[in-house]
Design a protein around this ligand. Structure first.
Ligand code: C5P
Length: 317
C-alpha cells in the first residue's frame, strides 16, 4: 500500500506533465558511513537526538525513472536481504509524495540498481528515495528548488536529506539538520556486506535497553575527528572513528566482532559498524590496500566492496 502524506508543502500544483513517453531520467545517490555517531535521549516523537558526522561514499544506487501508467518499481544489483518492491519501497514513497504534492498521478516506473547494502546501515533506502525525488521531479518537469526537495526528503526519512546532498556533513536533530564540513582529500573504504539486514528501530530499541539507568554520554563533536577531516590524514581518521550504537549492534549480532577483528588484522587503519549495521566499514590507506582487504575478507567467506568518499549527492551543498 502506498503511504499518502498530506499535500501542502507549498509546491506549485500542476495539472499534468509533458508526455515525452520514451524519456528516461537517471539519477545516482550515494550511500553513507557515519564517522561519528553519538546517540542522545529518546525524544517524545520516537526519534533519538543525534550528533553525527556523515560521509557520502562512492558505493551508490542508481534510479532510472520513465513514464508509466501506474507507479511500479523493479530492481537489479544486490538482491539480499529481500527488499519490498510495492508502495512501501522508499523510492515508491518518494514518487508518491512528490506526485501528491504536485497534484499529479504518480505515473512512473522506477528501476533501482542497488549497490548500497539493503538494510545495511548505509542509507541504501534513503539513497533510493533521494534519487527518486530528483529523478521524478525532472521527469515531471516540476522545477523544484533544493529547499523544496530537502523538505520532502526530511518527511521520507532522517537520512534522506543527507543522501540528497552528499559530501561530509555534521547531522543533528534526528539526523536531518545538516551543516557541510570541508574535508581534505579522499578516503578509501572497504565495506563488509551481510546477507541479512538489521532493522533500524530494533537497533535503537536495543540501545535504549542497554543504556537504561546509565548517564547519557556527552554529545560533542570529536575534535580528533574534526582535525583528521580537515588534514585528510587517514591514520588519524582511523583512530578517531566512533559509533555509540555499536554495542547495541554487537548485542544483536555478536558475530560481527569477528568481522571487525578480521579487517583490523588484515591492515585496516580503522574499523566500525556502519550506522546501525550490520555492514562493517574499514578505513584503509589507499586504493591498493583496499583491494588487498577486499580479497582478505572475501577469502574468509564474506562479500566486501570498495568505496571512496566523500562524493557529492545528486544536489550537493
Ligand atoms: O527516519 P527513519 O524512517 O529512517 O527512521 C527509522 C527508525 O529509526 C525510526 O522510526 C526510529 O525508530 C529510528 N530512529 C531513531 N532516531 C533517529 C533516527 C531513526 O530512533 N534519529
Amino acid at each position: 500500500m502506498v503511504t499518502l502524506t498530506q499535500p501542502g508543502s507549498g509546491i506549485p500544483r500542476r495539472t499534468g506533465h509533458r508526455p515525452g513517453a520514451d524519456r528516461t531520467v537517471t539519477v545516482t545517490a550515494p550511500g553513507k558511513v557515519n564517522l561519528q555517531l553519538s546517540v542522545g535521549p529518546l525524544r517524545p516523537d520516537g526519534y533519538h537526538e543525534l550528533l553525527t558526522v556523515f560521509q557520502a561514499v562512492s558505493l551508490a544506487d542508481q534510479v532510472v525513472a520513465r513514464h508509466s501508467e501506474v507507479l511500479t518499481v523493479t530492481s537489479s544489483g544486490l538482491a539480499s536481504p529481500p527488499m519490498p518492491l510495492d508502495g512501501s519501497n522508499l523510492a515508491a514513497r518518494a514518487a508518491q509524495l512528490l506526485a501528491t504534492e504536485a497534484g499529479i498521478a504518480p505515473a512512473v516506473h522506477l528501476h533501482l540498481h542497488k549497490r548500497v547494502p539493503i538494510a545495511g546501515g548505509m542509507a541504501g533506502g534513503s539513497a533510493d528515495a533521494a534519487a527518486a525525488l530528483v529523478a521524478c521531479s525532472r521527469l515531471w518537469d516540476l522545477r523544484l528548488s533544493t529547499d523544496d526537495l530537502l523538505q520532502l526528503a526530511e518527511r521520507l526519512g532522517s537520512d534522506v536529506p543527507f543522501t540528497l546532498l552528499g559530501g561530509t556533513a555534521v547531522g543533528t536533530g534526528r539526523g536531518e539538520r545538516l551543516a557541510p564540513l570541508p574535508a581534505a582529500g579522499i578516503w578509501h573504504w572497504v565495506f563488509a556486506l551481510d546477507r541479512t539486514g538489521l532493522s533500524t528501530p530494533d537497533v535503537y530499541n536495543r540501545h535504549d535497553h542497554l543504556q537504561a539507568g546509565r548517564t547519557p554520554p556527552e554529545m560533542a563533536l570529536s575534535s580528533a575527528l574534526l582535525d583528521a577531516i580537515s588534514t585528510g590524514n587517514p591514520r588519524d581518521l582511523g583512530r578517531a572513528l566512533r559509533n555509540d550504537i555499536e554495542d547495541a549492534v554487537y548485542s544483536l549480532r555478536p558475530d560481527l566482532r569477528r568481522t571487525i577483528e578480521a579487517g583490523r588484522a588484515a591492515g585496516a587503519l580503522g574499523a566500525l559498524i556502519a550506522g546501525t549495521g550490520p555492514t562493517c566499514a574499514f578505513l584503509v590507506a589507499d586504493r591498493a590496500s583496499a583491494h588487498t582487504l577486499v580479497s582478505a575478507l572475501s577469502g574468509i567467506g564474506g562479500t566486501a566492496r570498495y568505496g571512496y568518499g566523500p562524493v557529492a549527492g545528486p544536489l550537493s551543498f
